[in-house]
Design a protein around this ligand. Structure first.
Ligand SMILES: Nc1ncnc2c1ncn2[C@@H]1O[C@H](COP(=O)(O)OP(=O)(O)OP(=O)(O)O)[C@@H](O)[C@H]1O
Length: 314
């Protein structure tokens, strides 16, 4: 890392991207003033629904898409001022599988290392193939590899220049569970060896299990950026729906409610933290307001609910 940089492996400030769409009067705003840092040494999750702007962000870092505003630096190198150093500091595994099917895995890695100017004596092609359990396929045509093997080869390909930062864009989409576990074990190994990992995934349990920190993007805007345990902590929030015996125009208040909303005139939707109060105390607080309880239903959220809640609100 350069001496003037902080401990951020990636630093993004006010990043914007608008695409001009042919035949449409309005530009498409894919990223809208996005700022966050990826701490060096972390496994960082970038989540968001389809079309949220994740690929756009990653493609800007990769130098494949030009941003329309803001700044980004990788390992302390500004992508505009030091594009070559920035590029050398990052390895990216894209969603699409991209390599020549007529080359063997070992040739694929050697060619990639050549493209990055890695001297022959510093190349680690066989070591990389061993790491992704493809050493026995070193000399097979890439087209004969299974889908999972191709993905693993993509990871090895992204690592040929030993970048300090590795970005995995939906690497396990369509990959079976066993293989996913293998891939994650390798990601953990790389991380333990000091590589900062950024991954986008639709599998929330996966993000929860692997990532130290999670950022959520929705409609091009950053709507969460927290340590994973804090985000999961939000799932400590439980929601209870209480139907009461009379019409209200305003929801009552009580200290034990995190949030309360009046749905229609007779249903109160109360959010409370299950580590602070229990449902009995919540119901007692309603009764204390002089209200009779007709019906009660509860719902236990998980990270998926937190995600849906945040992305729907956005
Ligand atoms: N080249 C382009 N021209 C016009 N609009 C684009 C272009 N690329 C992406 N977009 C739009 O920008 C928005 C963000 O797209 P992006 O691919 O970054 O989302 P994403 O979060 O990566 O989604 P996914 O998970 O489906 O890959 C979408 O509305 C998309 O339609």
């Amino acid at each position: 890392m350069t001496s003037d940089s902080s401990s951020a492996a990636i630093s993004i400030q006010g990043l914007c991207k608008t695409y001009q769409v042919k035949g449409q009067a309005e530009d498409k705003r894919a990223l809208d003033d996005v700022s966050f840092d990826v701490p060096a040494g972390s496994i960082f999750g970038l989540l968001g629904p389809n079309g949220a702007g994740k690929s756009t962000l990653i493609n800007i870092l990769a130098g494949l898409v030009n941003k329309t505003g803001g700044q980004a630096s990788i390992w302390g190198f500004d992508i505009d001022a030091h594009p070559r150093n920035a590029k050398a500091s990052i390895g990216i595994v894209n969603q699409e599988i991209t390599f020549d099917p007529f080359f063997t895995p070992i040739e694929t890695l050697e060619i990639q290392a050549g493209l990055y100017g890695v001297p022959k004596r510093e190349r680690r092609s066989m070591e990389l193939l061993r790491a992704v359990h493809l050493d026995d396929k070193a000399n097979a045509y890439a087209r004969t590899l299974s889908g999972g093997m191709k993905r693993r080869l993509m990871v090895a390909k992204a690592m040929v220049h030993a970048p300090p930062v590795l970005v995995l864009d939906e690497p396990t989409a369509g990959v079976d569970i066993e293989l996913r576990q293998q891939l994650w074990a390798y990601v953990r190994e790389l991380n333990q060896a000091g590589v900062t990992v950024v991954l986008t995934t639709h599998y929330l349990e996966e993000a929860e299990e692997l990532c130290d920190r999670i950022a959520i993007i929705n409609h091009g805007r950053l709507i969460a950026n927290q340590p994973t345990r804090e985000l999961v902590g939000m799932a400590q929030e439980k929601v209870v729906s209480v139907t009461i015996d009379r019409d209200l125009t305003q929801a009552p208040a009580a200290a034990c409610f995190e949030k309360i909303a009046l749905k229609g005139t007779r249903v109160l939707e109360i959010t409370y933290r299950k580590n602070k109060v229990n449902a009995g105390e919540v119901l007692a607080a309603i009764a204390d307001n002089g209200l009779g309880i007709v019906d009660v239903s509860t719902k236990e959220p998980d990270l998926e609910d937190v995600f849906l809640h945040l992305t729907r609100a956005g």
